[in-house]
Ligand binder design. Structure first.
Ligand code: BES
Ligand code: MN
Ligand code: ZN
Length: 508
């Protein structure tokens, strides 16, 4: 599959399907107008008949439209032009790619780049289209006995530009978004890979593979023995119940100057979360293969950042372990010492994410980070609070919080800020240790964030609880969503353009 751009009259493209938008008041987008003119009013005639009204997400596929060289023209309803917005544009694009997959067209021209969306320019529209089309074409077939029938056979998708000046913008957006889609695909594949295959060692190997693919990336894996020396008692209390050794994986993208403080991403990489001795109920436990989606998003972001050659330094750290019950597993009531020196009373072994993350957060202080963002499927309570639409955002720095919120709005991969107030900290009080690893039934996502905040005091830090957004546990669209790779990459891109200049030469 290749993505490209195409300039010129939309009616003159020799492809197997051209996709154009039409509003519900009969207003044609510029490319639809071109096709209508070349076909002597064919589209208007269809509209008049009334079957296709341009209602939001309505689709009609026409064959052999007179005066056009494409074999098919797909009309995509855009709804009311007065109320057009980013969300509606995205759902229209999803409807288009959904229908496209049912056709046997191999060469596509997408003209939705010319849809007027208030406040969003052609670069934004192209970026979202490539991301949505790329996401829509994703399939996870690695574990099927034989490749499934009716796999889509699309070979080329070109995005339409009105003129030379626009083509440059469309072209740049396509190529950087192809790198983003590659990263999102990496995140989805890792998320969907089952726990018997995707172990901490598997993730460490994946990091090495990425380092050998991208010249800007190097990697280092910290083994349990070294973690012992570093005093990572909390991390090791989680991995000890499993036959799979835990790994702390460090990936470095050098795009900035050597002395530029890095942006650090830290991912929760629990490759399977049984709950440990505080065993989870059986129903739905299989969803815990997704408990490494935070880590998967770090891998995805690193791949995208390297693919886009961002001129900043980024360090991705993955805390990878399996949470298992066994004769050597941690018991509820155990007290462990973290790398920070603070002690933790483990009242529930199922609150393991914060235990691996707290030591990783202490570890990353050695990089003198500019910012640290951790990403974790941390709490079921987060899903109760925000559902599947928004990622929960916590931060000890307002500028960092708004940078992340803005990146979410830009990419439609949205986050919503939650409080990190001191008032909640008391819920973590422990009789015998410096803190407990759970804070009771109330405000579970917040108290988990409060726990992490105690290990992130030395730098600007944010925490993204992606328990509700990183995957869909069941249903026809089951699987990893790739979130919040898009948010993270946008955030890093914004940091790169704000950073003092010092562009690196083209690499990889
Ligand atoms: N991985 C889970 C959180 C989770 C639940 C993610 C459902 C995605 C979907 C986490 O390790 C966990 O078990 N959290 C506990 C914390 C509790 C014991 C304080 C939870 O949310 O129930
Ligand atoms: Mn758990
Ligand atoms: Zn977990």
């Amino acid at each position: 599959m290749k993505y490209g751009t195409r300039m010129g009259n939309a009616a003159k493209a020799r492809n197997q399907c051209s996709i154009v938008g039409i509003f519900d008041n009969g207003q044609l987008t510029p490319s639809a107008k071109q096709i209508d003119e070349e076909s002597k009013g064919y589209l208007r005639k269809i509209l008049k008949r009334g079957d296709f009204k341009g209602k939001a997400n309505q689709i009609m596929v026409l064959h052999d439209v007179p005066g056009t060289t494409a074999t098919r023209v797909m009309l995509v309803g855009l709804g009311n032009p007065e109320t057009m917005d980013a969300a509606r544009f995205a759902t229209a694009a999803k409807a288009a790619i959904g229908r496209l997959k049912t056709l046997s067209a191999k060469t596509i021209l997408c003209c939705l780049t010319d849809v007027d969306v208030p406040g969003r320019d052609v670069a934004w529209r192209t970026t979202r289209l490539v991301e949505i089309f790329g996401g829509g074409l994703y399939r996870f077939t690695e574990f099927k006995g034989k490749p499934p029938e009716n796999g889509n056979e699309i070979e080329v998708i070109d995005f339409h530009a009105a003129d030379k000046a626009e083509q440059e913008l469309v072209d740049a957006a396509v190529s950087s978004t192809v790198a983003l889609v590659t990263g999102i695909t990496v995140a989805k594949d890792l998320g969907n890979t089952p726990g018997n295959v995707c172990t901490p060692t598997f993730l460490a190997d994946k990091a090495k593979e990425i380092a050998s693919t991208y010249r800007s990336i190097t990697t280092k894996v910290i083994e349990e023995k070294e973690m012992e020396k570093l005093g990572m008692g909390a991390f090791l209390s989680v991995s000890r119940g499993s036959l799979q050794p835990g790994k702390l994986i460090v990936m470095t993208h050098k795009g900035g100057k050597a002395k530029d403080a890095p942006h650090v991403l830290v991912g929760k990489g629990i490759t399977f979360d049984t709950g440990g001795i505080s065993l989870k109920p059986g129903a739905g436990m299989h969803e815990m293969i997704y408990d490494m989606c935070g880590a998967a998003s770090v891998f995805g972001a690193m791949v995208a950042v390297a693919g886009q050659n961002l001129p900043i330094n980024v360090i991705g750290v993955v805390a990878a372990a399996e949470n298992m019950p066994s004769g050597d597993a941690s018991r509820p009531g155990d007290i462990v010492k973290t790398m920070s020196g603070q002690t933790v009373e483990i009242l529930n072994t199922d609150a393991e994410g914060r235990l691996v993350l707290c030591d990783a957060l202490t570890y990353v202080d050695k990089f003198n980070p500019s910012t640290v963002v951790d990403i974790a499927t941390l709490t079921g309570a987060c899903i109760i609070a925000l559902g599947a639409h928004a990622t929960a955002l916590y931060a000890n720095d307002d500028a960092l919080a708004s940078a992340l919120l803005n990146a979410g709005e830009e990419t439609l991969d949205r986050a919503w800020r939650m409080p990190l107030w001191e008032d909640y900290q008391a819920q973590l009080n422990s009789a015998f240790a410096d803190m407990a690893n759970i804070g009771g039934r109330e405000a579970g996502s917040i108290t988990a964030a409060c726990f992490l905040a105690r290990y992130a005091k030395k730098y600007r830090w944010a925490h993204l609880d992606v328990a509700g957004t990183a995957f869909k546990g069941s249903g026809p669209t089951k699987g990893s969503t790739g979130r919040p790779v898009s948010l993270l990459v946008q955030y890093l891109k914004d940091q790169a353009s704000n950073a003092p200049k010092g562009r690196n030469s083209a690499k990889a």
